[in-house]
Design a protein around this ligand. Structure first.
Ligand SMILES: Cc1ncc(COP(=O)(O)O)c(C=O)c1O
Length: 452
């Protein structure tokens, strides 16, 4: 039994979790870290690997929730943070590092005429929406079912639940009504909405498709959005919190060749420390500048945040982005991810498991076929299933089982299920993962209720 094996390896994690349940709701500090019967407690990490408190080693694809392109403890990033921590963790002042960090964003991200740092990706999507509404004088924001933009009130429903647009507990219905939740399966209805309405301030989209590509977008979708938003004076916001500095050094926009008006960044941006940013067209960002706003006849938009461009985060972020300028770590991580995806597919075929493996750039997504569809892993095409067949059909219990089976065999993935490959992953990690994948699938086959 998978759970028995997991429990036998992780006694100390079990004990810590029992204690944590007396401190934290559900014993957790982030919904996505939930693991049944309990999560592993990690003690340290290096490169592409991490170790739990019981001494077990894992190939890590959780990747700091996607924040670590160079892997754990990359020496130049660690050195930059070590240097900074002795100089001051918070100066409450402008500083040169924030400037260098912002310049790197400007050079790498095509749409980044101006940059404003925030404390997180959630804060950044909120600011992007405020800027777009102020800029256009309109109120509605188009967003897409299953696309995740953080946890604030305006974007919480329809991302992980309430896919029908219903109002989640704790969130005012009036606020939910200010966003138009549309399906991203087909461009035409979205274009019709944009053409028929006059109250839309912005469209916000994960350019990977929902949740880092768990529901990919059809080719041409983003270009069509760009065209329609431009012609209607609607602000196009790319949420590149995951894809920024991962899909390519310039993010999804540079990879796909569709440039938004506003880009939301976080994760890799801050090199594994907290941080986010809104980058984009000068006219839009300049609403934050009192003089420029007055000159343009606009109201200055307020934005604070104690930890904006915090020196420690700036040190990690600037070190990471300056490495990226000279070393295409995105390409290296992508090459490894391609090997991993095709290897995982091959193992599915060899083991006779009708699941799918897909993903773009340096991520991989496992489709554990909760509905028992007839699937040939070698030719699985996620686009055919759309949101309802993919993220909309997710079975959390099955996903947890897949994750647990891999954990029990020395691999940690994100709950998707799937994961983030870093530039520190290489042939060794791919080989270890494929071996674990085969053993995990064989263990899962002994639990036939899960393997339709
Ligand atoms: C696409 C996307 N947008 C926004 C966020 C929110 O970022 P943060 O967790 O830094 O608030 C996330 C977090 O996973 C994300 O994946």
């Amino acid at each position: 039994m998978i759970e028995d094996l997991y429990r036998s390896r992780t006694a100390r994690s079990a004990a810590l979790y029992a204690e944590a349940c007396r401190v934290f709701p559900a014993g957790l500090t982030h919904d996505s870290r939930a693991t049944s019967p309990y999560p592993i407690y990690v003690a340290r990490a290096a490169g592409a690997r991490k170790w739990d408190v019981d001494g077990n080693e894992y190939v890590d694809y959780f990747g700091g929730h996607g924040a670590l392109l160079f892997g754990h403890g990359h020496a130049p990033v660690v050195e930059a943070v070590q240097r900074q921590v002795t100089l001051g963790t918070h100066w409450g002042a402008a500083h040169e590092l924030e400037l260098r960090w912002g310049e790197l964003v400007q050079r790498l991200v095509p749409s980044a005429e101006r940059v404003r740092f925030t404390g997180s990706g959630t804060e950044a999507t909120q600011l992007a929406m405020r800027l777009a509404r102020a800029y256009t004088g309109k109120s509605k924001i188009v967003r897409f079912v299953g696309h995740f933009h953080g946890w604030h009130d305006q974007v919480a429903g329809g991302a992980m639940s309430h896919f029908d647009g219903s109002v989640p507990a704790g969130i005012p219905a009036a606020l939910v009504g200010e966003t138009l939740l549309l399906s991203a399966d087909r461009a035409e209805p979205v274009l019709e909405t944009l053409h028929s309405r006059t109250d839309v301030a912005a469209v916000i989209v994960e350019p990977s498709g929902a949740s880092w590509g768990q529901v990919p977008l059809a080719p041409g979708f983003l270009a069509a959005l760009r065209e329609a938003t431009r012609s209607r004076g609607v602000v196009l916001i790319f949420d590149e919190v995951i894809t920024g500095f991962r899909w390519s050094r310039g993010g999804a926009q540079a990879r796909i060749g569709v440039i938004p008006d506003v880009t939301v960044l976080a994760k890799i941006l801050a090199g594994g420390l907290p941080g986010g940013a809104v980058a984009g067209a000068k006219d839009i960002l300049d609403q934050l500048d009192p003089v420029a706003a007055k000159t343009a006849g606009r109201e200055k938009i307020g934005h604070q945040g104690t930890f904006n461009a915090n020196p420690l985060c700036a040190a990690a972020g600037a070190a990471t982005l300056s490495l990226l300028e000279t070393d295409d770590a995105c390409a290296r991580a992508e090459a490894t991810a391609q090997e991993l995806r095709s290897g995982m597919r091959r193992v599915l075929v060899e083991e006779g498991v009708p699941w799918g493996i897909f993903g773009e750039a340096s991520v991989f997504v496992i489709f554990p076929n909760p509905g028992g569809l007839a699937i040939d892993p070698a030719s699985f095409d996620p686009l055919r299933l759309g949101f309802k067949g993919l993220k909309g059909a997710r079975n959390p219990q099955l996903n947890n089982r897949v994750r647990l089976a891999l954990l029990a065999h020395g691999v940690d993935i994100a709950g998707g299920p799937g994961g983030f490959v870093s530039a520190a992953h290489g042939a060794h990690e791919v080989a270890d993962t494929l071996d674990a994948w085969r053993r995990a699938l064989r263990a899962l086959k002994t639990e036939p209720a899960l393997m339709k």
